[in-house]
Design a protein around this ligand. Structure first.
Ligand SMILES: Cc1ncc(COP(=O)(O)O)c(C=O)c1O
Length: 355
């Protein structure tokens, strides 16, 4: 979370905008919360340049619930295609099989998910209802640098993207997307709200068993208030959107400024890792994530000492995911370049102490 956002939330905790109430105490249908909600929705639409024919929904359940909610809404119980590029899309594939017939269109498993299968090689099914892609695999650290053009691949089905771990770090080409979803807890705000952006023509096709609170049309028709939305998370997301709108890099602002900053942060870290024989990152250069940088020490017996030293230097949460091992630096939007500089400094210093 950006420090400014946390400080503003703290200052407004017991009395939002002179209302005499904290946001947690407001009715979700009262004019105060409605104004917070409408501002957040307008800001995210502006930041991501979401076209008018897409609905913006604030839902609950996180990224994993969307693995069920998407097939419930779009699959019609038939065949869908999934491109498996790491742990998160693997989970999407498995969950979808409860509601429809997922087909493995391509997989990066042969390279232990260090590369992304090129769209031209995908085996898309005739009559597929949609194609699922995780555009940034948080654990394996692979990221699509551009979205595939399904039409150019001869496929008319919508593209569904899980952009949980790089939402708002770069722009989205909406002409290529049918649905985008992402949990909040990386680049948006506290866990509890899921941002879902869905093209209008995809509403209204849910399976009969789809829970009403998870039916995109029901949620859209009720302005995300069919059930009580996660009001505090939406408020915090709104503060983050305002913070993002204030960010500038030269002529650029908002997401474009963030993208420049993220490119610079990632370059600093990858360049250092590539220059070192003590550390390594195994991901193919053109597939490397700007947000999640997994790396390994050449000698894994030094991992515990590395993590202890990092903690002492104020560098936290560097341990890699248990399924992959090693280390992982997650350098989301709120991490300033100074944080990455401090990490590189520590990486150098630790290497020297081990010589
Ligand atoms: C890309 C991606 N998808 C889905 C998820 C699951 O999100 P949640 O825990 O909010 O269900 C995560 C969580 O880290 C993720 O990184």
């Amino acid at each position: 979370m950006p420090l400014e956002v946390l400080q503003q939330a703290a200052a407004e905790m017991t009395n939002w905008n002179g209302s005499g109430m904290g946001v947690m105490e407001m009715s979700h249908r009262g004019k105060e919360f409605i104004s917070i909600y409408e501002q957040a929705e307008a800001d995210v639409r502006e930041l991501l340049a979401v076209p008018a024919n897409f609905k913006i929904l604030f839902m609950q359940g996180g990224g994993l619930a969307e693995n069920a909610i998407v097939p419930l809404n779009l699959s019609r119980g038939e065949t869908i295609d999934v491109v498996v590029t790491g742990s998160w899309s693997e989970k999407s594939f498995k969950e979808a099989s409860k509601y429809c017939t997922p087909h493995l269109a391509a997989s990066g498993v042969d390279t232990q998910f260090t590369t992304l299968p090129a769209p031209k090689q995908w085996q898309l099914s005739a009559g597929t209802q949609y194609v699922h892609l995780c555009t940034n695999e948080t654990i394996h650290g692979v990221e699509f640098q551009s979205l595939p053009d399904l039409k150019a691949l001869g496929c008319d089905a919508p593209l569904v993207i899980d952009f949980s771990s790089h939402v708002l770090s770069r722009s989205v080409d909406w002409a290529k997307v049918g649905v985008a979803f992402g949990g909040a807890q990386k680049n948006i705000g506290p866990a509890g709200v899921t941002l879902v952006i869905v093209r209008e023509d995809l509403l209204g096709h849910a399976l009969k068993v789809c829970p009403s609170a998870f039916n995109y049309k029901t949620v859209a028709d009720n302005g995300s208030m069919y059930n009580t939305p996660p009001t505090y998370s939406i408020y915090m997301a709104g503060l983050t959107f305002q913070w993002l709108k204030r960010q500038k890099e030269g002529e650029l602002c908002g997401v474009a400024a963030m993208e420049q900053r993220n490119i610079a942060k990632a370059k600093l870290l990858y360049d250092f890792l590539d220059s070192s024989s003590f550390y390594s990152n195994h991901v193919a250069h053109d597939c490397r994530s700007r947000m999640n940088v997994p790396f390994f020490l050449a000698d894994a017996s030094r991992n515990d000492a590395f993590l202890a030293g990092a903690k002492a230097a104020g560098l936290l949460q560097l341990k890699g995911h248990k399924s992959v091992g090693g280390m992982r630096a997650s350098i989301y939007n709120a991490m300033p370049i100074e944080g990455v500089q401090a990490l590189v400094h520590y990486l150098q210093a630790f290497e020297k102490t081990q010589a």
